[in-house]
Ligand binder design. Structure first.
Ligand code: MN
Length: 228
């Protein structure tokens, strides 16, 4: 039996301000989590919407990763700051990946920006800037979560579990068919979502940075590969 092929959306990063060379960029931990779960990881470069459909045909499940803020024009708001570096080609590609994944019934794990992207595709919107919620460097954990009973995430995380927090944006209005399944009890920020009746988990934290120390976070990757 071939291993399930798990597509991981990659970001881009210039190698320096002076040199016009761009590298793909994404945490290697995503590949580690997929491998430990028994899947075969493959990183997807930012591509056209047509290629997004080809990629979804080729892979068995999708991971949407973190990164820059989504261009607010995709959810009907104007940017709060004109200094933010958006990457609309990436937004468009990943929205197309997700929309094709949902059409073809492929399981999805959506991390941080990825979770926000799920919300945007389904008609929800975001807070562009939330105060006092980020820990800065993604080392260790930062706040607890309150988990909704009988949700999918409740089979992996209990209320009181500690997660990292390196986001300054959050879900405001939920998109169609989505339910919030974990919150930060301090400020009510949505920390996890699910799409009712569909194998999709969205988490606002970064499980990939915690897979070594936390079996629950590795279990998110196991969930994805098992749903194939
Ligand atoms: Mn948080």
């Amino acid at each position: 039996m071939p291993k399930p092929l798990i597509g991981i959306s990659a970001n881009e990063k210039s190698i320096s301000n002076d040199i016009p060379i761009v590298h793909l960029s994404s945490s290697r931990n995503f590949a580690d989590g997929v491998r430990k779960a028994g899947g075969l990881p493959v990183y997807l470069p930012v591509s056209s919407e047509v290629e997004a459909e080809d990629y979804i045909n080729a892979i068995d499940a999708l991971i949407l990763t973190g990164g820059q803020d989504i261009d607010p024009r995709f959810y009907g708001q104007t940017p709060l700051s004109n200094e933010t570096a958006y990457f609309p080609d990436r937004d468009r590609f990943e929205l197309a990946l997700l929309s094709n994944a949902l059409k073809m019934n492929k399981p999805v794990l959506a991390v941080c920006r990825g979770m926000q992207l799920v919300n945007v595709l389904l008609g929800g919107d975001l807070y562009q800037d939330i105060p006092n919620h980020s820990q800065g460097l993604p080392l260790g954990t930062y706040h607890h979560i309150e988990v909704k009973e009988s949700s999918q995430i409740a089979t992996l995380f209990q209320t009181g579990s500690s997660v990292n927090s390196v986001h300054h944006q959050a879900i405001r209005k939920l998109g169609r068919g989505l339910i919030a399944t974990a919150h930060d009890p301090r400020d009510g920020i949505i920390e996890a979502i699910e799409l009712v009746g569909y194998p999709l988990l969205g988490v606002q934290w970064h499980p990939e940075f915690l897979i070594e120390e936390s079996p629950n976070n590795q279990a998110l990757f196991d969930y994805l590969v098992k749903k194939v």
